[in-house]
Design a protein around this ligand. Structure first.
Ligand code: ASP
Ligand code: MG
Length: 598
């Protein structure tokens, strides 16, 4: 049976970090194939190593470059040795590795000679991490009987420059995927593509930024109109807080795209912050799962997630921040101070996270990473030199050792009292609040506290919002219940209504995927192996209520005819493990069919 909408799997650096990890990854792929496209990261540590090789080359530290090249070579050769038994394939792959490492060495040598490392050279340098893994992954898949094929990311992910940064041109990506990926999937091949890299505006290879493979996978999922994207990582999903600070932290079962985006932005560090962007308008659900724990259902991120009973779902903390403040009565009512401050900071290369200004306007403060604080203060001092001389601005200051805590949840919007609860919980824990900001999206309250208070504040908030009670997503793998409703009279319709109403609860809490795959009456049988949608069931119910039958036929079928029809059509369904619900007044249908079924 041809799957019309493929799935996209992405394996992170640890999930492809050694031969055993890749075997586990291949098992996931083999269960889903065909109809799956795979995106891989570089092996963990390889991107760092390649970047370091570039830096070492700049310093003319040739020993370090050699060492990096040797490590890249040996880690990949080891994969081949363990995963590829056929000598021809192993030789071919080893030749690819040798060539890639030779190129790496000659690139670092040119960098050392020229004393220059351009962004373009750096991208070309790191691109080999993902490419090597994808090449090996595809061949290792073939070795175990999966019909896999390598497709280079530069053929699919097309970028352009927008406001100084590289951005995928989603329209072009979609067109490219239709051309180079869709036909392969249609031929039942598993496509393996390197993440992180893309084709730049001038056709050269570029990268999507650190951790960018998640983003690559999301772009591919969108371009293919995938039915879901799963990111296989070494963690169980997105968590209510960092378990290192909050031992009671739990995996969050479901999150809205926007909640996940907030968490990713605030350094939950599991997800690239841009991952959700290509998925949102196509409503492609995103799963984050632990590659190494088959039974862990992970986190589901989608657009249909309702606020539910947890107005606050997660806490995150960004450490080692500094709070910059500009103070002075001369700022009151003077337009342009904030504008000039931000301009000065952005010209000096600083990106500001939290911003807060009291309405008295006598001070404005914003947060930058602690390591940038001194440089940022110097930039502000230079920009406000005249005002400082005239004492319109008294102080430009950096308070270091600050942590930002973000309280995130869709349900905060429209639930009053969340800010009050948040602040009282923090106060009750004896923690002083340094600054506060809430975006008007009401998805997030951000609080700056002293670094040494951060853990206490997190613990207090976690228990205030009872986050240790968040229930995980139940595991539904292999737990489908397919119902056939015989008869759709009053009782049958009521049952259909209840099935519809209970579906989310059963799926979430009990891990049972209950669906109605067939309904029958005396006019015939309607079948949908994927399960009828609630709308379809409602349509049938309406029809029956109005006195019509499922099919417009002249005269009702005889019992014998109906039985034959059921036998012929129902048994054709793949993997049909029937649960037959006989709601007819006619005893014989149910019995006769059950007998044949067992
Ligand atoms: N290999 C790249 C990095 O380490 C991209 C990724 O893993 O997502 O940043
Ligand atoms: Mg990674």
């Amino acid at each position: 049976m041809k799957q019309s909408r493929p799935e996209v799997f992405k394996f992170g650096g640890v999930a492809v970090g050694n031969a055993d990890a890749i075997r586990v990854a291949l098992a996931h792929v083999s269960r889903a194939a065909p109809g799956v496209a795979v995106v891989v990261s570089a092996m963990n540590g390889i991107t760092d190593l390649l970047l370091e090789a570039g830096q070492a080359a700049l310093r003319r530290d040739r020993a370090r470059c050699d060492d990096a090249a040797a490590q890249v070579e040996s880690r990949h050769r080891e994969l081949v040795a363990e995963l590829v038994a056929s000598p021809d394939r192993a030789n071919a792959l080893n030749a690819v590795i040798t060539e890639s490492v030779r190129e790496l060495r000659s690139m670092t040598e040119s960098i050392a000679v020229l004393g220059e490392l351009t962004p373009r050279a750096q991208d070309a340098l790191v691109a080999r991490g993902e490419r090597l893994v994808a090449a090996i992954f595809a061949i290792a898949a073939i070795e175990i009987g999966i019909d896999a094929v390598y497709v280079d990311a530069t053929e699919v992910i097309q970028t352009e420059r927008r406001l100084g940064t590289l951005w995928p041109n989603l329209l072009k990506c979609e067109r490219a995927a239709k051309k180079s990926v869709v036909p392969l999937l249609a031929a039942r091949q598993v496509v393996v593509m390197p993440g992180f890299i893309a084709s730049g505006p001038d056709g050269s290879v570029v990268t999507l930024g650190r951790g960018g493979s998640d983003f690559s996978a999301a772009i591919l999922a969108r371009s293919l109109g995938a039915r879901a994207l799963t990111l296989f990582k070494e963690v169980d999903g997105l968590m209510t807080a960092d378990p290192k600070s909050v031992p009671a932290a739990r995996v969050i079962a479901d999150l809205h795209y926007r909640e996940a985006a907030e968490l990713a932005y605030y350094g939950a560090n599991v997800l690239h912050p841009r991952t959700m962007i290509p998925l949102v308008d196509r409503r492609i659900p995103l799963y984050v799962r632990n590659s190494f724990r088959e039974t862990s259902p992970g986190t589901r991120i989608a657009g249909d997630v309702k606020p539910g009973s947890y107005p606050v779902k997660a806490l995150t903390a960004i450490h080692r921040q500094a709070l910059l403040s500009i103070e002075g009565n001369g700022m009151i009512g003077v337009p342009g101070v904030a504008g000039r401050a931000f301009t000065a900071l952005s010209q000096a290369g600083h990106s500001v996270s939290m911003i807060s200004q009291a309405s008295s306007e006598s001070s404005i403060c914003f947060v930058v990473p602690e390591s940038e604080a001194d440089h940022a203060v110097a930039a502000l001092e230079a920009a406000f030199e005249p005002e400082r001389k005239l004492h319109l601005i008294d102080r430009i200051d950096a308070e270091k050792h600050v942590a930002l805590i973000a309280v995130v949840g869709l349900g905060m919007r429209g639930t009053s009292g969340i800010a009050a609860r948040t602040f009282s919980a923090i106060a009750a824990a004896g923690v002083n609040i340094v600054a506060i900001a809430q975006g008007s999206s009401e998805l997030n309250i951000t609080i700056a506290v002293a670094e040494s208070d951060a853990t206490r504040a997190l613990l207090a908030l976690h228990s205030e919002y009872q986050l240790h009670k968040i229930r995980p997503l139940a595991d539904t793998t292999g737990r489908e219940a397919k119902l056939t409703l015989l008869g759709l009279g009053q009782i049958g319709r009521e049952l259909a209504r209840q099935v519809i109403a209970q579906q989310p609860h059963l799926r979430r809490d009990l891990g049972i995927d209950l669906k109605v795959v067939a309904v029958a009456d005396r006019s015939g049988i309607r079948i949908d192996d994927k399960g009828f949608t609630p709308a379809a069931l409602q349509r049938f119910a309406k029809r029956k209520e109005s006195g019509a039958r499922l099919f417009e036929r002249g005269s009702p079928l005889t019992l014998r005819e109906l039985e034959t029809m059921m036998r012929d059509e129902l048994w054709m369904l793949p993997s049909y493990r029937p649960v037959l619900v006989d709601l007819t007044s006619e005893e014989k249908i149910g019995r006769a069919s059950c007998r044949e079924r067992v």
